[in-house]
Design a protein around this ligand. Structure first.
Ligand code: C5P
Length: 233
Protein backbone atom coordinates (compact mmCIF):
# COMPACT_ATOMS: atom_id res chain seq x y z
CA UNK A 1 0.00 0.00 0.00
CA UNK A 2 1.17 3.50 -0.77
CA UNK A 3 1.78 5.21 2.59
CA UNK A 4 3.89 8.35 2.14
CA UNK A 5 5.63 9.39 5.35
CA UNK A 6 6.13 13.02 4.32
CA UNK A 7 3.40 15.56 5.08
CA UNK A 8 4.05 18.85 3.30
CA UNK A 9 2.94 21.86 5.40
CA UNK A 10 1.03 24.20 3.09
CA UNK A 11 1.86 27.38 5.01
CA UNK A 12 0.33 29.73 2.45
CA UNK A 13 -2.34 32.42 2.68
CA UNK A 14 -4.18 31.71 -0.56
CA UNK A 15 -5.57 28.81 -2.54
CA UNK A 16 -3.65 29.99 -5.62
CA UNK A 17 -0.28 29.78 -3.85
CA UNK A 18 -1.11 26.40 -2.36
CA UNK A 19 -2.25 24.98 -5.71
CA UNK A 20 0.76 26.31 -7.55
CA UNK A 21 2.89 24.14 -5.23
CA UNK A 22 0.65 21.06 -5.16
CA UNK A 23 0.49 21.04 -8.98
CA UNK A 24 4.21 20.25 -8.82
CA UNK A 25 3.89 17.48 -6.19
CA UNK A 26 2.85 13.84 -6.44
CA UNK A 27 0.32 12.32 -4.01
CA UNK A 28 2.20 9.02 -4.12
CA UNK A 29 5.18 10.79 -2.52
CA UNK A 30 3.58 13.03 0.09
CA UNK A 31 0.50 14.05 2.01
CA UNK A 32 -0.49 17.66 2.73
CA UNK A 33 -1.11 19.67 5.89
CA UNK A 34 -3.64 22.50 5.79
CA UNK A 35 -3.37 24.71 8.86
CA UNK A 36 -5.29 27.62 10.34
CA UNK A 37 -3.93 30.27 7.98
CA UNK A 38 -4.73 28.50 4.73
CA UNK A 39 -8.00 27.01 5.97
CA UNK A 40 -9.20 30.43 7.15
CA UNK A 41 -8.27 31.95 3.80
CA UNK A 42 -9.39 29.22 1.43
CA UNK A 43 -11.80 26.96 3.37
CA UNK A 44 -13.10 23.47 2.72
CA UNK A 45 -13.37 24.15 -1.03
CA UNK A 46 -9.59 24.08 -1.27
CA UNK A 47 -9.40 20.92 0.83
CA UNK A 48 -11.82 19.26 -1.60
CA UNK A 49 -9.72 20.39 -4.57
CA UNK A 50 -6.56 18.98 -3.01
CA UNK A 51 -8.32 15.67 -2.32
CA UNK A 52 -9.45 15.58 -5.96
CA UNK A 53 -5.78 15.89 -6.91
CA UNK A 54 -5.33 12.65 -4.96
CA UNK A 55 -3.74 13.98 -1.77
CA UNK A 56 -4.51 12.88 1.78
CA UNK A 57 -5.13 15.94 3.95
CA UNK A 58 -4.06 16.52 7.55
CA UNK A 59 -6.38 19.25 8.78
CA UNK A 60 -4.15 20.93 11.38
CA UNK A 61 -6.75 23.09 13.10
CA UNK A 62 -5.84 22.11 16.69
CA UNK A 63 -9.39 22.21 18.08
CA UNK A 64 -9.63 23.26 21.74
CA UNK A 65 -13.09 24.09 23.09
CA UNK A 66 -15.88 22.54 25.13
CA UNK A 67 -16.34 18.82 24.36
CA UNK A 68 -19.56 19.25 22.35
CA UNK A 69 -18.07 21.91 20.08
CA UNK A 70 -14.85 19.99 19.49
CA UNK A 71 -16.84 16.81 18.80
CA UNK A 72 -18.91 18.57 16.14
CA UNK A 73 -15.81 20.11 14.57
CA UNK A 74 -14.17 16.67 14.38
CA UNK A 75 -17.32 15.22 12.84
CA UNK A 76 -17.25 17.97 10.19
CA UNK A 77 -13.56 17.29 9.45
CA UNK A 78 -14.27 13.60 9.07
CA UNK A 79 -17.27 14.25 6.77
CA UNK A 80 -15.06 16.51 4.67
CA UNK A 81 -12.81 13.48 4.17
CA UNK A 82 -9.76 14.63 6.13
CA UNK A 83 -7.18 11.86 6.50
CA UNK A 84 -6.05 13.31 9.83
CA UNK A 85 -7.33 15.98 12.22
CA UNK A 86 -6.04 17.22 15.56
CA UNK A 87 -7.08 18.69 18.90
CA UNK A 88 -5.21 20.07 21.93
CA UNK A 89 -4.63 17.45 24.62
CA UNK A 90 -4.83 20.33 27.13
CA UNK A 91 -8.58 20.33 26.43
CA UNK A 92 -8.69 17.39 28.83
CA UNK A 93 -10.09 13.88 29.02
CA UNK A 94 -13.76 14.70 28.39
CA UNK A 95 -12.92 16.75 25.33
CA UNK A 96 -10.56 14.09 23.96
CA UNK A 97 -13.12 11.33 24.42
CA UNK A 98 -15.89 13.42 22.85
CA UNK A 99 -13.61 14.08 19.86
CA UNK A 100 -12.80 10.36 19.58
CA UNK A 101 -16.48 9.35 19.79
CA UNK A 102 -17.48 11.92 17.17
CA UNK A 103 -15.46 10.28 14.44
CA UNK A 104 -17.70 7.56 13.02
CA UNK A 105 -16.57 3.97 13.49
CA UNK A 106 -15.06 2.72 10.28
CA UNK A 107 -14.07 6.22 9.21
CA UNK A 108 -10.48 6.38 8.02
CA UNK A 109 -9.91 9.79 9.65
CA UNK A 110 -7.07 9.64 12.17
CA UNK A 111 -7.41 11.76 15.31
CA UNK A 112 -4.26 12.99 17.00
CA UNK A 113 -3.48 15.52 19.74
CA UNK A 114 -0.99 18.30 20.25
CA UNK A 115 0.64 17.87 23.67
CA UNK A 116 2.47 21.13 24.39
CA UNK A 117 3.17 23.77 21.78
CA UNK A 118 6.93 23.72 21.27
CA UNK A 119 6.87 27.52 21.35
CA UNK A 120 6.22 27.33 25.11
CA UNK A 121 9.19 27.26 27.46
CA UNK A 122 9.21 26.65 31.19
CA UNK A 123 8.42 30.30 32.01
CA UNK A 124 5.39 30.23 29.71
CA UNK A 125 4.21 27.03 31.40
CA UNK A 126 4.66 28.55 34.87
CA UNK A 127 2.64 31.60 33.75
CA UNK A 128 -0.37 29.40 33.09
CA UNK A 129 0.14 27.32 36.23
CA UNK A 130 1.67 24.20 34.69
CA UNK A 131 4.38 22.85 36.98
CA UNK A 132 7.16 20.47 35.96
CA UNK A 133 9.56 20.04 33.11
CA UNK A 134 8.09 20.36 29.61
CA UNK A 135 9.15 16.74 28.85
CA UNK A 136 7.18 15.44 31.85
CA UNK A 137 4.10 17.38 30.78
CA UNK A 138 4.45 16.10 27.20
CA UNK A 139 4.68 12.54 28.53
CA UNK A 140 1.62 12.96 30.74
CA UNK A 141 -0.44 14.45 27.91
CA UNK A 142 0.68 11.75 25.46
CA UNK A 143 -0.37 9.05 27.96
CA UNK A 144 -3.72 10.78 28.42
CA UNK A 145 -4.16 10.90 24.63
CA UNK A 146 -3.43 7.17 24.38
CA UNK A 147 -5.74 6.46 27.30
CA UNK A 148 -8.57 8.24 25.49
CA UNK A 149 -7.93 5.98 22.45
CA UNK A 150 -6.80 8.70 20.08
CA UNK A 151 -4.45 7.60 17.31
CA UNK A 152 -1.36 9.58 18.32
CA UNK A 153 0.29 12.91 18.99
CA UNK A 154 2.29 15.65 17.33
CA UNK A 155 5.72 15.79 18.96
CA UNK A 156 9.31 16.79 18.36
CA UNK A 157 11.34 14.05 16.69
CA UNK A 158 13.66 14.35 19.67
CA UNK A 159 10.82 13.17 21.93
CA UNK A 160 9.72 10.46 19.52
CA UNK A 161 12.08 7.70 20.68
CA UNK A 162 10.89 7.96 24.27
CA UNK A 163 7.21 8.16 23.35
CA UNK A 164 7.54 5.24 20.91
CA UNK A 165 9.00 3.10 23.70
CA UNK A 166 6.35 4.23 26.15
CA UNK A 167 3.27 3.95 23.96
CA UNK A 168 4.07 1.13 21.56
CA UNK A 169 4.23 0.55 17.83
CA UNK A 170 0.66 1.44 16.94
CA UNK A 171 0.74 4.94 18.41
CA UNK A 172 1.11 7.52 15.65
CA UNK A 173 3.92 10.07 16.11
CA UNK A 174 3.80 13.08 13.79
CA UNK A 175 6.98 15.14 13.93
CA UNK A 176 7.75 18.63 12.59
CA UNK A 177 11.12 20.38 12.89
CA UNK A 178 12.82 18.43 10.09
CA UNK A 179 15.96 19.80 8.46
CA UNK A 180 18.57 18.22 6.19
CA UNK A 181 21.94 17.51 7.77
CA UNK A 182 24.02 20.67 7.48
CA UNK A 183 20.97 22.75 6.47
CA UNK A 184 19.75 25.94 8.09
CA UNK A 185 17.44 25.72 11.09
CA UNK A 186 15.31 28.84 10.30
CA UNK A 187 13.20 29.52 13.40
CA UNK A 188 13.08 25.85 14.41
CA UNK A 189 15.11 24.92 17.49
CA UNK A 190 14.59 21.24 18.22
CA UNK A 191 15.42 19.84 14.81
CA UNK A 192 16.43 16.45 13.38
CA UNK A 193 17.20 15.09 9.94
CA UNK A 194 14.50 13.02 8.17
CA UNK A 195 16.49 9.82 8.68
CA UNK A 196 17.02 10.45 12.37
CA UNK A 197 13.33 11.23 12.86
CA UNK A 198 12.38 7.87 11.30
CA UNK A 199 15.04 6.08 13.37
CA UNK A 200 13.54 7.71 16.46
CA UNK A 201 10.21 6.10 15.64
CA UNK A 202 8.42 8.93 13.89
CA UNK A 203 5.42 7.76 11.82
CA UNK A 204 5.05 10.88 9.67
CA UNK A 205 7.32 13.87 9.07
CA UNK A 206 5.79 17.34 8.72
CA UNK A 207 8.01 19.27 6.33
CA UNK A 208 7.34 22.87 5.31
CA UNK A 209 9.91 25.25 3.89
CA UNK A 210 12.38 22.55 2.92
CA UNK A 211 9.90 21.51 0.22
CA UNK A 212 7.70 24.61 -0.26
CA UNK A 213 10.71 26.85 -0.91
CA UNK A 214 12.80 24.37 -2.88
CA UNK A 215 13.64 25.25 -6.48
CA UNK A 216 12.33 21.84 -7.45
CA UNK A 217 9.81 20.73 -4.81
CA UNK A 218 9.14 17.34 -6.43
CA UNK A 219 12.82 16.53 -6.65
CA UNK A 220 13.29 17.53 -3.00
CA UNK A 221 10.38 15.30 -2.04
CA UNK A 222 11.90 12.40 -3.98
CA UNK A 223 15.29 12.94 -2.32
CA UNK A 224 13.79 13.06 1.15
CA UNK A 225 11.79 9.90 0.46
CA UNK A 226 14.92 8.17 -0.81
CA UNK A 227 16.69 9.15 2.41
CA UNK A 228 14.05 7.58 4.63
CA UNK A 229 12.97 4.65 2.44
CA UNK A 230 15.89 2.44 3.39
CA UNK A 231 14.46 2.27 6.90
CA UNK A 232 10.78 1.98 6.03
CA UNK A 233 10.65 -0.89 3.52
O1 C5P B 1 8.85 25.11 7.46
P1 C5P B 1 8.88 24.09 8.55
O2 C5P B 1 9.35 22.72 8.08
O3 C5P B 1 9.57 24.56 9.79
O4 C5P B 1 7.31 23.91 8.90
C1 C5P B 1 6.92 23.07 9.89
C2 C5P B 1 5.42 23.02 10.01
O5 C5P B 1 5.10 22.30 11.18
C3 C5P B 1 4.72 24.37 10.15
O6 C5P B 1 3.42 24.25 9.54
C4 C5P B 1 4.59 24.55 11.63
O7 C5P B 1 3.51 25.34 12.00
C5 C5P B 1 4.37 23.10 12.09
N1 C5P B 1 4.72 22.83 13.47
C6 C5P B 1 5.99 23.05 14.00
N2 C5P B 1 6.26 22.76 15.30
C7 C5P B 1 5.32 22.25 16.07
C8 C5P B 1 4.05 22.00 15.57
C9 C5P B 1 3.79 22.31 14.25
O8 C5P B 1 6.87 23.51 13.30
N3 C5P B 1 5.62 21.93 17.31
Amino acid sequence: MNDPRIIVALDFNSAADALSLTNKLNPRLCRLKVGKELFTAAGPQLVEKLMLQGFDIFLDLKFHDIPNTVANACKAASSLGAWMVNVHALGGRKMLMAARDAIPQGSSTKLIAVTLLTSMDQDDLADIGLQGQPEQIVERLARLTDDCALDGVVCSALEAAHLRQLLGDNFCLVTPGIRPSGGQADDQKRITTPLQAIRNGSSYLVIGRLITQANEPLLMCQQLNAEITSLTI
